[in-house]
Design a protein around this ligand. Structure first.
Ligand code: NAD
Ligand code: ZN
Length: 348
């Protein structure tokens, strides 16, 4: 998979065709109703052989019904194994579109053009595709990398502030896995007030961290688990918020999860206290307080022990000894997890 950073589309397109490797007989452009309006005109691909497919926006539409609609359109318009699907959108479009392409006629090429910060630094890169099924997130899917990921930071101009913050949480995670310099830049900026050129560079560094990890462990047998930093607690906060009927954006839950897991990293793995405090201060400032009470602890612990990344009944965390130094498969006791909850509620 090649990541192509778009400065000018006229320079980037030849690189994309080279990465695709063949001239497609038809091009299908998949958007959701927002990216069709806000982003489609930035992608200079049009003509008789181009077919538009638009799906409803939002994670609640990352379903089999929507997927089936995409396959129907592909069939109806005569897609072949020499056709190309371009997924222009956030993580919902790249996840669902990637899976549609991975399975259609046993696999047709696809290119991701991510339009959210989260999709640029995370969802569109790394080959995981899929849909939600039977009430479970990403329950059905495939590992199938895009032929190319076209990263155009200019697409972010119309993205909401909340979605910028949400994507930035994954960048903060990558910076913690990356280097002290990267981390220091992240915790001292306002995600919604970064110069476009600086943001483009930060996005590139972030993708490089993820791509480096994925290249070493594409199917998550070992090292790739470090990308779950912040997610063991984060998924529990996300599920709790959903259960309470007050859903939060994924990145917000990840940011709070990072705060809790840095607390555990300091307590159990000797992560430097001052770096932990500085990161937690930043998270509180940008993402606000995580909302849960003592009576939610059992529900949260239940969500954590049912996380699909656990093996058997053990609760495994990815923690940090320091910035850039990961400790995988660390078993954490219920008592320590409860301490982290107390920290987030009181000391946060
Ligand atoms: N495959 C992976 O490795 C991976 C990793 C992380 C997340 N994900 C998945 O990604 C999804 C979340 O992705 P997301 O946060 O991008 O959500 P999303 O795709 O739902 O996009 C968020 C919202 O922003 C709108 N939007 C997108 N681009 C826009 C733009 N440029 N201007 C204005 N509006 C725009 C969308 O229409 C949507 O309403 C989830 O389904 C999650 O499971 C996958
Ligand atoms: Zn995530």
């Amino acid at each position: 998979m090649s990541v192509i950073y778009v400065d000018q589309w006229c320079d980037a397109l030849p690189k994309m065709w080279q990465a695709v490797g063949q001239t497609p007989d038809k091009i299908f452009v998949l958007t959701d109703e927002m990216t069709r309006v806000h982003c489609r005109s930035r992608l200079p691909i049009s003509g008789e052989d181009v077919v538009e497919i638009c799906i409803p926006q939002g994670d609640e539409n990352k379903t089999l019904t929507t997927l089936s609609g995409v396959w129907e359109k592909l069939t109806h318009h005569g897609a072949t194994r020499h056709s190309l699907l371009i997924c222009l959108g956030g993580g919902v479009v790249t996840d669902l579109g990637g899976f549609a392409a991975a399975a259609f006629k046993r696999g047709i090429p696809f290119v991701n053009v991510p339009t959210t910060l989260l999709a640029m630094v995370d969802a569109a890169v790394g080959g995981k595709t899929g849909i939600n099924f039977a009430g479970l997130k990403n329950e059905v899917g495939a590992f199938c990398p895009a032929r190319a990921v076209m990263v155009d930071a200019g697409m972010l101009g119309t993205l909401s502030h909340e979605n910028v913050c949400s994507g930035f949480a994954e960048m903060l995670k990558h910076s913690l896995l990356g280097s002290v310099e990267m981390w220091a830049e992240h915790v001292s900026c306002d995600p919604n007030d970064v110069d476009e050129k600086v943001m483009a560079r930060m996005i590139r560094q972030s993708i490089e961290v993820k791509a480096h990890v994925v290249a070493q462990d594409p199917t998550e047998r070992g090292l790739r688990k470090c990308l779950n930093l912040g997610h063991t607690l984060g998924h529990a906060f996300e599920s709790l918020a959903l259960e309470k009927g007050q859903p939060v954006l994924h990145g917000y839950a990840v940011a709070w999860g990072l705060a809790g897991e840095l607390y555990l990293s300091e307590k159990l793995m000797g992560f430097p206290l001052e770096r932990m405090r500085q990161t937690v201060r930043f998270i509180k400032e940008i993402y606000g307080d995580v909302r849960f009470e003592c009576k939610d602890y059992d529900t949260l612990l239940d969500f954590i022990s049912h996380d699909k990344k656990n093996v058997g009944s053990r609760v495994n965390f990815c923690l940090l000894r320091d910035i850039g130094q990961v400790a995988l498969d660390i078993q954490v006791s219920r008592e320590d997890i409860t301490d982290a909850f107390d920290f987030l509620r009181e000391g946060f």
